[in-house]
Ligand binder design. Structure first.
Ligand code: ATP
Ligand code: MG
Length: 459
């Protein structure tokens, strides 16, 4: 707006000054033409009075006011012999030097107040020089210039308003897609991060901006999913160890204990706490799907030693439900795995067997060996899984027959087997669930032997 006002004002001043200069040049020409025009009259009649000439010129040119002085200059005496003025009122206009040194028909111009006066040497005869002096009002007061000034004063604001209107319309039209994008972005929140800005209706100039926004939303959605899956996975996995710690401490505090008993409890609590810490670290990596970082934690493990450890841990939890996990047929087996994660997976499967079994039931965990694989088998005689639910049990938050599940475990979230699947996928272990509704469930994990496993992991 300011730039516009400056440009327009500058342009107007330029037009006005150019017109003024044009008129000024024009005035000089007029003075010269009029002065020349009287030469024939002088030739005809040497004794012309200024008033007479002024009237004649006014009739001829219609320009007023015109003031004239005619000077007869004596070359010998260097004095003015006689002079006549068209109007005494303006005699002071002709208080100008005579151009007696100039050549014939030379003309000089002088500015006097609002008049421009010219002095032309009309005739140079034996002993006399005749000067013709003419005064015309300067063009600054010309009606043309005044009209131009008024036109510019009116035109300027009108042009400005029209310009602003057009500019406003154009800017609004240009910015509309940007406003649409802003509206779309504003409508996206944590609850609908899957929404994207529709690039179809957006002009190509800002398509790149929209694509960048959509990419940013992709990244945000991905990060958001990771954070929320980490928090749900972590809280899922912390429930059991925290329940165990709490139970141990509560039982211990029920009566006075010997220092050795306190020491045992504290050691158990320490082991559980370290495990909680490791669980959080590994789940964090698992959520980031940082397989490179996860596989750094792959080590050679003795599965035949790991299983009894997990079973004794789970039995502390199972005993509250009067369920017992038995180990049968464990064979010496060295595998290549991330211990913390594998422990989480096996614990989850065992916990399900315990939860979905009736009080007093037995759960078995055992192994078998085939050519290049170990088979880890966890079998229970609980409620079993209906055929129609079986394909979905690995889905996050899927719980088969909600009423029954809730009765069996109030705190179930449907995350356990999804976490198991994620962990086994990272290990490239296969899992299979065989279940008969009302009879029981058998979970089989196929674990490659160490050499083959290392090959798979490193490829
Ligand atoms: P949580 O997140 O606490 O583990 P959850 O046990 O319901 O909850 P998952 O472990 O993923 O979730 O199991 C999914 C569903 O599969 C369970 O709701 C249950 O219906 C069924 N299920 C899993 N294991 C067994 C089992 N051994 N016996 C019977 N049903 C099972
Ligand atoms: Mg479960």
């Amino acid at each position: 707006m300011i730039a516009n006002i400056i440009v327009l004002s500058g342009f107007s001043v330029f037009i006005y000054m150019t017109a003024k200069k044009g008129l000024s040049d024009n005035l000089n020409t007029m003075l010269k033409i009029i002065s020349m025009d009287v030469i024939p009259d002088f030739k005809e009649k040497k004794e012309l009075h200024a008033k007479e000439v002024a009237d004649e010129l006014y009739d001829e040119f219609g320009i007023a006011p015109l003031y004239i002085k005619i000077v007869h200059y004596n070359k010998k005496t260097n004095k003015i012999d006689k002079e006549s003025v068209s109007s005494l009122k303006h005699a002071e206009l002709f208080d100008i030097p005579l151009n007696e040194m100039g050549h014939l028909r030379s003309i000089y111009y002088f500015d006097k107040e609002s008049y421009r006066v010219s002095s032309m040497l009309l005739f140079d005869e034996d002993d006399t020089k005749i000067f013709f002096q003419l005064a015309m009002e300067k063009s600054t007061n010309s009606p043309y210039l005044k009209g131009l000034l008024i036109s510019l004063a009116i035109a300027n604001p009108v042009i400005l308003i029209i310009f602003l209107f057009i500019a406003n319309t154009l800017i609004n039209r240009t910015l509309q897609p940007v406003k649409d994008v802003i509206r779309s972005v504003n409508s996206i929140s944590a609850n609908n991060l899957c929404k994207r800005i529709d690039a179809k209706k957006i002009p190509t100039e800002i398509n790149e901006l929209v694509e960048t926004f959509n990419r940013l939303l992709d990244n945000l959605e991905e990060s958001f999913k990771r954070i929320s899956s980490f928090s749900s996975d972590a809280s899922h996995e912390l429930k059991t160890p925290l329940t165990v710690i709490r139970g141990e401490v509560e039982v211990c505090l029920r009566q006075e204990r010997s220092p050795q008993e306190y020491k045992n409890v504290l050691e158990d609590v320490l082991v559980e706490t370290i495990r909680v810490q490791e669980t959080i670290d590994q789940l964090f990596l698992l959520t980031k799907k940082d397989t490179a970082e996860l596989s750094k934690n792959f080590t050679e493990l003795y599965l035949d030693e790991l299983i009894p450890d997990i079973v004794s841990q789970i039995n502390r939890f199972a005993s509250r439900r009067s369920v017992h996990v038995n180990i049968k047929n464990i064979i010496p087996s060295t595998i290549y795995a991330n211990e913390t994660l594998l422990r989480i997976a096996i614990e989850n499967i065992l916990r399900n067997s315990v939860i979905y079994s009736a009080h007093g039931a037995e759960v078995e965990i055992g192994m078998s060996d085939s050519d290049n694989k170990y088979l880890l088998i966890i079998e229970d005689h609980g409620c079993g899984i209906a055929k129609e639910d079986l394909p979905f049990v690995f889905d996050r938050f899927y719980r088969a027959d909600k009423a029954r599940s809730r009765k069996a475990s109030e705190s179930g979230t449907g995350l356990g087997l999804a976490i198991v699947k994620m962990i086994l996928d990272i290990h490239h272990y296969d899992i299979e669930i065989q279940s008969t509704f009302g009879i029981g469930t058998k979970v089989l994990i196929k674990i490659p032997k160490i050499d083959e496993q290392k090959l798979i992991i490193n490829s």
